[in-house]
Design a protein around this ligand. Structure first.
Ligand code: FRU
Length: 488
């Protein structure tokens, strides 16, 4: 084991031992120490589900990237494993950037971007991003001796050698494929496709997709490509993207394209992009296929541009709950993984409650909960649900029945920085009763709208004692509430 990896493992073990678990999310992965960003290597290996992540153990800020590591049997209870990789080679000395994983011949294979610098003729240095491979057993990982295995020099002339990262691997028939985020020399985002028969010798196949309309940001980070129902889906996270009406409000966004794939010719015909998540904290999602056929997605529950973290806290970064994906009516629908239901406790149900004015319900409170509110009636304009509240704090969800808009407002969640706090969402289906499912885990609220037709993920930094939930209506609404604590 390299000195750098040993140092990281020792440091994180001490930090974990010194951190009060009750201050961390219960059923979401969060930074074991310091900082985490993108999910990496989400994969089923040797009977369990593994997740790695971009990781800088030493500070609450992004730094020289390591890979942190967790595993689970059910995607709700996670076991922390020791740091899997440190930037300890010449070819990754600037960082081990994002990537993915696959099981091959009993081994756990990781593919990641090694970032380094090379000397230029004029004496200056320039960054290079190349793809590297790693073999492991689910606990310890060994970088391949002839890394990197895919370099920018294998790409067409007009592709950037600097922005070339985040390989996602899969196997189709007897061939391994990688798609990698890239851009051309005019800053046009794209993903490139490479193939290999043996995981170590790779060749460039084609530019699989690109920002052909010019509207989808610049560099395309963290691509993913998979079959969903009868279609193929390309997910990516374009940097610097402009908002369009009520879509793509996150600056650096995460989007998906649905399309058809000719796997012999490697041609992907894609439709227009869609927003994956309408909240304020969602980036760099990655999916994996499970043996039972589900396609599950997890994302970093933070925005690059916002810091919504208690000032006194020395760690930063959480993952979303893994979500089951389904293709319906030409869109991706997302549901929390069904395993969460195993941890439902203290059921509270209220049916056909008339709400007119401000009210609360006995037992409907908490910060680690799964709560569904269904809203009926036509005798009101605004209906409000305030969560994580007490006299000082509140995060508010307001539905305007007339405009069909839902507004999230976390101004009073405890933030002490000038970050975006309000987001407006156009509800896609206003014909039905509005169904809002809130999954809260201490520092986050994931809202699944109308059975996952839309999702909004938002971080909050509210002290734990603010655990109230209140309802308010400017007319009269008929409401069903079903609420569980999540406990283990
Ligand atoms: C996305 C990203 C990736 C990169 C990683 C570095 O959030 O910028 O493109 O691999 O983070 O930590």
């Amino acid at each position: 084991m390299s000195e750098l990896l040993e140092k990281a493992r020792k440091y994180e073990a001490d930090k974990i031992a010194a951190t009060d678990k009750a201050t961390k999310p219960l059923f979401h992965i969060s930074a074991p120490a310091g900082w985490i960003n993108d999910p990496n290597g989400f994969s089923f290996y040797n009977g369990q589900i593994h997740l790695f992540y971009q990781y800088y153990p030493y500070l609450r800020e992004w730094g020289s990237m390591h890979w942190g590591h967790s595993k689970t049997n059910d995607m709700i209870r996670w076991e922390q494993l020791p740091c899997a990789m440190a930037p300890d080679k010449e070819y990754d000395r600037i960082g081990c950037f994002s990537g993915s994983a696959i099981e091959a011949d009993g081994r756990h294979v990781l593919v990641y971007t090694g970032v380094t610098k090379i000397g230029m003729q004029d004496g200056s240095e320039q960054e290079r991003q190349n793809q590297c491979i790693v073999f492991g057993d689910g606990l310890n990982y060994e970088k391949y001796e002839n890394n990197p295995v895919v370099t920018g020099d294998m790409l067409p002339e007009n592709c950037s050698r600097i922005d070339f990262r985040d390989p996602k691997i899969w196997k189709e028939d007897d061939t391994y494929y990688l798609i990698v985020g890239s851009k051309d020399l005019n800053d046009v985002g794209q993903v490139v496709l490479c193939s290999s028969k043996n995981l170590t010798d790779w060749k460039f196949e084609t530019v699989l997709a690109s920002n052909s309309t010019g509207k989808v940001g610049t560099m395309w980070e963290c691509p993913d490509f998979f079959r969903l129902g009868e279609k193929r889906v390309l997910i990516c996270s374009p940097q610097n993207m402009k908002a369009e009406k009520y879509e793509f409000h996150n600056g650096h966004n995460s989007v998906y394209f649905i399309g058809d794939y000719d796997k012999e010719k490697h041609v992907f015909t894609k439709e227009d992009p869609h927003t994956l998540d309408y909240g304020m904290d969602f980036y760099a999602p990655q999916t994996t296929g499970l043996p039972d056929g589900r396609r599950v997605m997890i994302a970093w529950m933070k925005s690059w541009d916002a810091c919504v973290v208690p000032d006194s806290q020395d760690w930063q970064g959480m993952m979303t709950l893994p979500r089951e994906l389904e293709l319906k009516d030409g869109r991706i629908w997302q549901k929390p993984v069904r395993e969460i239901e195993k941890y439902h406790a203290n059921e509270k149900r209220y049916t056909n409650e008339i709400i007119n004015g401000c009210t609360a319900f006995d037992g409907v409170k908490g910060r680690t909960i799964d709560m569904t509110v269904e809203l009926g009636g036509e005798d009101y304009t605004n209906f409000t649900i305030g969560v994580a509240c007490n006299d000082e704090y509140e995060t508010v969800y307001t539905y305007n029945r007339v405009t069909g808009m839902l507004e999230i407002d976390r101004t009073y969640c405890g933030v002490t920085k000038d970050v975006v706090c309000v987001r407006k969402i156009k509800i896609a289906d206003t014909e039905r009763k509005l169904k809002l499912r809130f999954i809260m885990d201490r520092q986050s609220v994931e809202l699944f709208i109308n059975d996952g037709q839309q999702v909004a993920t938002t971080a909050i930094c509210t002290p734990a004692e603010a655990d109230g939930i209140r309802f308010n209506c400017d007319g009269s609404a008929v409401v069903d509430i079903e609420k569980y604590d999540i406990e283990f």
